[in-house]
Design a protein around this ligand. Structure first.
Ligand SMILES: Nc1ncnc2c1ncn2[C@@H]1O[C@H](COP(=O)(O)OP(=O)(O)OP(=O)(O)O)[C@@H](O)[C@H]1O
Ligand SMILES: [Mg+2]
Length: 719
């Protein structure tokens, strides 16, 4: 044991240091960084943590106690709608290597304290990326990303959390190493489907693994070398390019008969956005956006006259907002206009001010690899050039960039307002009246701090040759969309001709493809992201052979399965609805692509107000739209895939009940047209598992068909 005072290495069982006589047994390990401090010290001399906490906390490891409040609220508020759902998730297992051996070397209280801190670090890292801890496994945890609340980027969140945890645990282990304790952690990740079971008041959740999603994650962890993170091929497929991975082959794993390729997670990769990933795969040629680009050119013309403008490009997920903006700014660059871009990552709210930092770095010409000194110098020079009247501007900007000056006082009081003032001045004082385009990409993921500063920017561009373009999904409603200089560009899905063009480019026109192009087009509703993902999934599964743009169909397709990427994206959007709106959506999904209000009301048993609130929420979030208000309000799903995801995410039992409800409601509401609806009623009884009822209505439908045929054959009356 090492002496905390003179660092002399003593026998493990020593009570006093053989070199300086310090009592070793009474040394106090820091609960935060594990450094051993001399008895009597009140604070850790390594990290400043208070040491007088007394006994190790006996805080029970109750989910409600360790889950952050905002997550607890999110889960409990929508609990009813989350229970019994299929979810695409990433499962993470983390485990302390050789924990028994370490436990043997420590007294019970100290071991308890060490574990407590270990779990605290794990919980903090997992919650940071909005994962939930499902269970403590004695010397580790199992966590889920994407459940109970769905996240479209669950695999990326899982990997970010694993890397973050490795960093945090490495520094904790360094403190322990000084005390002769070797603590290492290994982690494993896998992505797949789970079913969220009951969620208790204490937030305990039952998950049923589907397709070994959980078991395989545990295997990943078991084969991982100490200090490393292994991910399965399923996770690797979702994060390739966003993270750097090393192929570790297909090690034999207990209970896994088909070989699974394993990768070691090394760090963050070169790609940041989904569009980066698409570009790395090879962009499809831009189709069908000429009008939108011409419209943007028109706005730019005003900007060149020093009339600063703000444009919001709005549209459903995957419709091509980022792509059209990229095309526009590339054209601006090509004509010599300066462009500065900022991207809001999907887990952006966990790291405040990221997009503003990116914008400022680009504006001031700071390179990614610039060292601290170079950044300080460049910020000072550039800001002095731009605004010599604001001597504290460099300090505020450096603070924002996370590079505070060594002797700088704390700038936090009023920091936001003062920084906003700097932004305004910098925009106004730009020399030479050169036009600038600022692009804020994927603003639906912006964090509140950045959002407030973007609000300031939208005011500051007035009267300057600046164009601020932001793109976002309809669920985000920025506060800065007013004013005569604000314009909105609503991006609709691709039309038939453009979708066909895109599909021709992606799959080609080989005879074997048959009507695949039309099938994909109808299914995806002209959403280019869905089109690309569906084609990609067909190629990965082997249904399509050959090369992009020249595929052949290997066997007739029975159905088109929804790729997990699209499924996660839509499920995450659905989970952001209120519980009531989600229930309405689920029932509507069972009724069909089109549905009317009285039928929905009969199935759900809601009163007028409740139903109106649910339908209103769904229209606002652009899941459905009203096709006719008369004679009774009729709605249609905007996107066929939303309906499919809302339908398939429900468990069989719930769906069966809803189908039975629809059949019964149809019998009641269509009493004067039962013949016409017999086949539909039979379908709903069949899907509810009520075979007898289904057969009865099928017979009725068949009788009607034959009577129509007979009527058709009857000779027409003689004139
Ligand atoms: N007009 C188009 N022609 C060809 N490909 C397109 C077109 N629009 C979009 N794409 C492709 O579709 C994919 C999705 O586009 P993009 O990322 O721009 O969607 P988005 O609306 O920004 O989605 P999100 O809401 O998730 O941010 C990208 O790979 C993009 O290259
Ligand atoms: Mg986008």
């Amino acid at each position: 044991m090492r002496c905390p005072r003179c660092r002399h290495e003593n026998r493990e069982s020593a009570h006093f240091c053989g070199e300086c006589g310090t009592a070793l047994g009474r040394a106090v390990p820091c609960p935060h960084c594990a450094t051993l401090n001399s008895a009597g010290q009140r604070f850790c001399d390594s990290c400043g943590q208070r040491l007088e906490a007394g006994k190790a906390s006996d805080r029970p490891r109750e989910p409600r106690a360790y889950t952050p409040r905002h997550l607890v609220e999110k889960i409990l508020v929508t609990r009813g709608a989350l229970q019994g759902e299929r979810k695409q998730v990433t499962v993470l297992f983390a485990d302390m290597v050789d924990s028994m051996h370490i436990a043997e070397r420590l007294d019970a209280e100290e071991w308890h304290r060490l574990l407590d801190r270990f779990f605290q670090i794990l919980a903090e890292g997992i919650h940071r990326f909005e994962g939930t801890i499902d269970q403590f496994t004695g010397d580790g945890v199992m966590a889920l990303f994407g459940a109970p609340v769905a996240h479209e980027d669950h695999a990326q969140r899982g990997c970010h959390a694993a890397l973050h945890l490795m960093d945090a645990l490495r520094s904790y282990a360094a403190g322990l190493r000084n005390r002769g304790l070797e603590v290492a952690v290994r982690m494993g990740l896998n992505s797949g489907e789970v079913v969220v079971g009951r969620i208790g008041d204490d937030l305990r959740m039952d998950y049923t693994a589907q397709g070994h999603a959980v078991g395989l994650a545990a295997r990943m962890e078991q084969v991982a070398a100490p200090g490393s993170v292994y991910v399965s091929e399923h996770t690797a497929r979702l994060v390739g390019g966003f993270f750097t991975l090393r192929d570790r082959g297909t090690p034999a794993m207990k209970g896994v008969s088909t070989p699974v390729r394993v990768f070691e997670l090394l760090g963050v990769g070169p790609l940041r956005t989904r569009l980066d990933a698409a570009s790395a795969r090879g962009f499809s040629r831009l189709v069908g956006r000429e009008e939108e680009l011409a419209w943007l050119d028109g706005i730019l013309a005003r900007v060149l006259e020093s009339e600063g403008q703000v444009v919001g490009v709005i549209g459903e997920a995957g419709v091509g907002k980022s792509r059209v903006c990229l095309e526009f700014v590339n054209r601006c660059r090509a004509s010599g206009i300066a462009v500065h871009e900022a991207h809001c990552p999907a887990h952006g709210a966990t790291v405040p001010l990221l997009p503003i930092r990116e914008l400022v770095r680009s504006y001031l010409g700071l390179g990614d690899g610039d060292g601290v000194e170079a950044v300080r110098q460049r910020v000072a020079d550039r800001l002095h050039d731009l605004d010599p009247e604001s001597p504290d501007a460099p300090r505020l900007v450096l603070d924002l960039l996370g590079v505070p000056e060594p002797d700088a006082a704390d700038v936090s009081p009023g920091g936001h307002e003062r920084f906003a003032a700097v932004l305004r001045r910098v925009l106004r004082l730009r020399r030479g009246g050169e036009p600038v385009v600022l692009l804020l990409d994927d603003a639906h993921w912006i964090d509140p701090e950045s959002d407030a500063l973007v609000g300031e920017l939208t005011v500051a561009v007035r009267g300057t040759p600046t164009l601020l373009v932001a793109n976002f999904r309809p669920e985000y409603r920025p506060s800065w969309t007013g004013g005569g200089h604000y314009h909105q560009l609503s991006l609709a899905p691709l039309g038939q001709a453009a979708s066909r063009e895109l599909l021709l480019e992606l799959i080609g026109s080989h005879d074997s493809l048959g009507d695949l192009s039309d099938l994909v087009r109808e299914r995806t509703g002209g959403n280019p992201f869905f089109i690309e993902e569906l084609v990609h999934a067909l190629a990965v599964s082997g249904s399509l052979a050959g090369e992009r743009g020249a595929y052949r169909l290997t066997a007739p397709l029975e159905s088109l399965t929804i790729p997990p990427t699209v499924q996660s994206l839509l499920a995450a959007r659905i989970d952001r609805l209120s519980e009531q709106a989600k229930h309405v959506l689920q029932a509507a999904a069972v009724i069909g692509k089109e549905f009317d209000q009285p039928l929905l009301q009969a199935v759900l048993g809601l009163d007028d107000l409740e139903l109106a609130a649910g339908l209103g929420g769904l229209q606002e979030a652009e899941f459905i739209h009203q096709v006719s208000p008369y004679p009774e309000p009729q709605y249609v799903f905007r996107h066929p895939l939303t309906r499919e995801v809302a339908y398939h995410a429900q468990l069989g039992e719930q769906r069966a009940q809803l189908h039975a409800g629809v059949a019964a409601a149809l019998q009641k509401l269509r009493v004067d047209r039962l013949g016409e609806y017999a086949a539909l009623i039979a379908h709903h009884w069949d899907a509810s598992g009520r075979r007898y009822e289904a057969a009865r209505w099928q017979r009725r439908a068949a009788l009607r068909v034959s009577s129509i045929k007979l009527r058709g054959r009857r000779p027409s009356p003689a004139r």
